[in-house]
Ligand binder design. Structure first.
Ligand SMILES: C[S@@+](CC[C@H](N)C(=O)[O-])C[C@H]1O[C@@H](n2cnc3c(N)ncnc32)[C@H](O)[C@@H]1O
Length: 257
């Protein structure tokens, strides 16, 4: 390994705003050699703020590789915690169906299905984007997971004993507009912009669950600043808030029973 080249890659990464520069510099170096792609072409893309995950075409999520393209969000590390909360719920309750709404790359439902390994549970991934679903299907091709193209889910399709895990677009539009170029120019807006209050999709979904009158757990990831508005809009539904590793109110579990 050429240290001078490695330092150069690290400098480019630092300039582009990366934090974990030594790990990624090693990955770029190895990728360039293995794929026989000139380093300067990769570094040019990095300097143009293109996320490294899209360049290499995959991301690590809970120790598993997931393909990602510009049609799928790059899974965020904090979302890994959704899998832990979901697993705990499944183990303590008689869950028959797990639905991942806004599945993107499929990282949540595929991780849950693999880590739970329960043949009696039906695992479903839903997304409005066919392009994202095509990637999710590739990622989940070895497991028994059903993927569907749908705009959320409606009350008639819901059954008792279902856990819905949802990481739907939740960034308020104004906040979205101020995000870095690396996000706005490369990641799909459809995966991020949650409307003026960041709750456009969650409010619609909660209404459908409420109308279904079924026994359902809903576990969602949110923008922490929208928590008060969310819980006001859902007044009498019991809920529990979980913090992420930065101690921010990131996940909410509703119990519709
Ligand atoms: C924040 S991304 C989450 C992707 C993935 N679950 C993850 O955690 O990395 C939100 C996903 O919701 C999908 N989506 C947006 N609007 C939707 C809708 N109305 N119905 C279903 N999925 C939707 C987007 O296409 C995107 O894949």
């Amino acid at each position: 390994m050429n240290l001078k080249i490695l330092f150069h890659i690290q400098e480019v990464l630092k300039e582009a705003g990366y934090f974990d520069i030594s790990r990624i510099a090693n990955e770029i170096y190895t990728y360039s050699i293995e794929k026989n792609i000139p380093l300067n072409l990769i570094l040019e893309r990095i300097s143009n703020q293109e996320p490294w995950e899209y360049i290499q075409g995959f991301v690590d999520f809970r120790g598993r590789k997931f393909l990602v393209t510009k049609d799928t969000l790059i899974p965020r590390i904090e979302s890994e915690q959704l899998v832990d909360i979901a697993k705990d719920l499944i183990l303590k309750n008689d869950i028959k169906t797990v639905i991942d709404l806004g599945t993107g790359s499929g990282c949540l439902i595929i991780s849950i299905a693999h880590e739970i390994e329960n043949q009696l549970i039906t695992f479903v991934g839903i997304d409005i984007s066919q392009a994202a679903l095509n990637i999710a299907k590739k990622n989940g091709s070895t497991g028994k997971i059903y993927f569907y193209k749908k705009d959320l889910i409606c009350k008639e399709e819901l059954e008792d004993n279902t856990l819905i895990v949802a990481n739907l677009p939740y960034i308020p539009t104004k906040m979205y507009e101020e995000l870095d170029r690396s996000v706005k120019e490369y990641e799909p807006r459809l995966a991020l912009d949650g409307g003026s209050d960041g709750l456009l999709y969650y409010k619609r979904l909660i209404e459908q669950i409420r109308l279904s009158k079924k026994e359902i757990f809903l576990l969602i990831e949110i923008e922490p600043s929208t928590l008060t508005e969310l819980t006001q809009a859902t007044n009498n539904i019991p809920f529990k808030v979980f913090q992420d590793f930065n101690k921010r109110n990131r996940f909410v579990l509703f119990n519709f029973s």
